[in-house]
Design a protein around this ligand. Structure first.
Ligand code: 1CP
Length: 329
């Protein structure tokens, strides 16, 4: 049986379209909370049997077309010696821009647990389910390194990129090479597709985005043996520039009409773009909004149904079933 997700990425017409949900393994699921009541977040990520188990939870419950490997965008940085805790997001000592280029290389044996998780998940998923590996894009990783954790506006990133673009480019290139190795490790272990999360690139103006976010994102995806998806939420103002990343498909958030993405990125698959808030409503509203999305896509080949960002942790799991059924009926 073919994988609907791969067919859509190849631009083939697929009816019904593939569907999965960003952050589908996580705190809205009681079975995830049960695992987390016994094991810390980092323990789950670094223990392949546990990471594979939580990766499989939404597959068993909803039969998603994609199984996204349970890890974090910061996981490979931890393997490069960056110390952090999670509460719930990453917390670390802020790094100086000039030190980032001197991070050690990502040693494959220190990240081997993710390869093992991918192998275990690949063994367990149904044949029609695509295994999705992922990494954080360099600008987004640099945002967390310079800030020391989450932030609303990542001023420290934006100031650093402006004041020392040369050092920034070096730091970003270092991160890009590491993520390229990390993604190819996942592809070799059996990931069918990989996604690059550029969560904070949308904070940049078009010029900085094009000069400093696109080149390292492109380098992260270069030469991989599997199709790729690039996702930068809040970056509707850079849609046309995103083609420079060279991904197979592009994820878009809910702020723009999905037709704009198909028009700005011709020849590419488009993933999205339901507002995660839709899953906080009620079954009728969910069905109506899915129908509206599919009508606007109008049967264009290369659509992957997903939310425009991660699922909210207060989402009732039954609402995810309603979404999947609405897509498939
Ligand atoms: O308590 C917990 O269980 C921790 C919550 C949590 C989870 C479930 C974190 C901390 N990370 C994850 C897993 C995770 N993170 C996955 C795999 C699960 C899945 O998708 O099903 C993925 C793909 C990520 C990616 C990730 N981590 C991103 C990019 C996606 C996005 O939402 O934009 C980002 C920005 C992070 C950083 C991060 N890690 C965790 C949190 C709470 C955050 C956000 C921190 C912040 O900026 O405030």
């Amino acid at each position: 049986m073919t994988q609907r997700l791969l067919a859509a990425l190849a631009g083939e017409p697929v009816s019904p379209p593939p569907v999965w949900v960003m952050r589908q393994a996580g705190r809205y699921l009681p079975e995830y909370r049960e695992v987390r009541s016994r094991h810390g977040f980092q323990e789950v990520v670094t223990t392949p049997a546990l990471a594979a188990e939580v990766t499989m939870q939404p597959i068993r419950r909803f039969d998603m077309d994609g199984a996204v490997i349970f890890a974090d965008i910061m996981t490979p940085l931890e393997a490069m010696g960056v110390e952090m805790t999670f509460d719930p997001g990453p917390k670390l000592e802020p790094w100086a821009l000039r030190d980032v280029a001197n991070l050690p290389e990502l040693a494959p044996d220190r990240i081997a647990h993710v390869g093992e998780t991918v192998r275990m998940v690949k063994e367990e998923v149904p044949e029609h389910t695509s295994v999705i590996g992922f990494a954080g894009a360099p600008v987004t990783l640099l945002a967390y390194l310079l800030e020391g954790g989450g932030a609303k506006d990542f001023m420290s990133l934006r100031a650093a990129l402006r004041s020392d673009p040369g050092a920034a480019a070096e730091a970003l290139s270092k991160l890009a090479r590491a993520m390229n190795g990390y993604l190819s490790l996942q592809a070799e272990a059996g990931a069918d597709v990989v996604q690059l999360f550029d969560t904070w690139a949308g904070l940049l103006d078009r010029h900085l985005y094009n000069e400093l976010a696109v080149p390292p994102a492109r380098e992260s995806l270069e030469g991989l043996s599997v199709p790729t998806i690039y996702f930068a939420p809040g970056a509707g103002h850079t849609l046309d520039l995103q083609a420079g990343v060279g991904a197979t498909g592009y994820g878009v958030d809910w702020r723009i009409p999905i037709e704009d993405a198909f028009n700005s990125l011709p020849g590419h698959a488009i993933q999205g773009n339901l507002d995660p808030a839709v899953l906080r409503t009620d079954p009728d509203t969910i069905r109506r909004d899915v129908k509206d999305l599919l009508t606007r896509v109008g049967g264009r080949p290369g659509h992957i149904v997903n939310l425009g960002h991660g699922i909210d942790r207060r989402t009732p799991p039954e609402h995810v079933s309603v979404l999947v059924e609405a897509v498939r009926s």
